[in-house]
Design a protein around this ligand. Structure first.
Ligand code: ADP
Ligand code: MG
Length: 259
């Protein structure tokens, strides 16, 4: 028997008039690339100015989640390349976030549980990509929208606990009036980190991360699938290897395409 270990990274768009570091409106539009300024594109000579309302709402959420309040907050640049981040860096918080060491108590059918929050930070959303058969289009409207990220400790033990936590967290967002947090609009989405460990062991297993899942029932389905997949690997005496697993999936895809 294995113990299931899950940690969630939950992203939630914050409701504000303008974006996190520019004056472009924080509004959804069916017309692509109309809510864009040089700051959102990361053009040379820009001066990002932080949105006070976004900070206030992130701090309010951190308080509601019983986080330690910071004396000062710092924004950092995280450099990475991906097509939805053409400027090559994301402004986020690494060293001094909005809150650390919080918790949210959740109620399940037969028991209650405290889910520990590692940290809550404020960052900017990326652009969005539309993929077609042999090309992709970028829409910068979403680029720079304020995004809160709530990172839990690896203390969630089942799909049911994960979904209950997400539902209760959404209630906190609504109660604090910081976001509508509609997962069907992509305003709330989550990365699921999951590993299995031998019952009785205190050594964490190798985690696998499933990114950007919107619907809560998809979170449950992904967890159930991964429990079965990782159990089968461990039952055979093999090791869960995220890089090798991803590589095998790619090889299988290429082989399928060649058939
Ligand atoms: P990374 O730097 O890869 O993002 P972190 O250590 O910051 O990893 O953790 C990201 C998320 O993964 C957190 O929610 C954390 O609780 C969770 N996590 C960390 N280790 C494990 C593990 N062994 N199994 C499951 N979840 C884990
Ligand atoms: Mg991660």
């Amino acid at each position: 028997m294995y113990k299931v270990v899950i940690g969630l990274e939950v992203h939630c768009e914050v409701e504000t008039k303008s974006k996190n570091f520019s004056g472009a409106p924080n509004e959804f539009s069916m017309i692509p690339n109309i809510h864009v300024t040089p700051v959102d594109l990361g053009l040379p000579g820009i001066l990002p100015v932080v949105n006070a309302e976004a900070c206030r709402k992130a701090l309010k959420t951190a308080m509601a989640l019983h986080c330690e309040q910071p004396d000062e907050i710092i924004f950092d640049r995280k450099n990475y390349f991906y097509p939805d981040l053409p400027k090559g860096y994301q402004i986020t918080q690494v060293t001094k976030p909005m809150g650390r060491n919080g918790y949210l108590d959740i109620k399940l059918k037969d028991y209650e549980k405290r889910i520990y929050i590692h940290q809550l930070h404020l960052e900017e959303d990326t652009a969005s990509l539309d993929h077609y058969s042999n090309y992709s289009l970028i829409d910068y409207n979403r680029s720079g929208i304020p995004l809160m990220e709530i990172v839990t400790e690896p203390c969630i033990s089942s799909a049911e606990e994960a979904v209950t936590f997400l539902e209760d967290l959404r209630d906190v967002f609504l109660f604090c009036e910081v976001s509508e947090a509609r997962s069907n609009k992509g305003q709330m989405r989550c990365d699921v980190n999951i590993s299995l460990m031998e019952e009785g062991s205190d050594v964490l297993g190798t985690k696998v991360e499933m990114k950007n899942i919107n619907a809560f029932n998809s979170v449950a389905a992904a967890i159930e699938y991964e429990i079965k997949r990782q159990s089968a690997i461990l039952d055979k005496g093999e090791k869960v290897n995220k890089k090798q697993d991803a590589l095998m999936k790619m090889v299988k895809l290429i082989l399928c395409e060649k058939k």
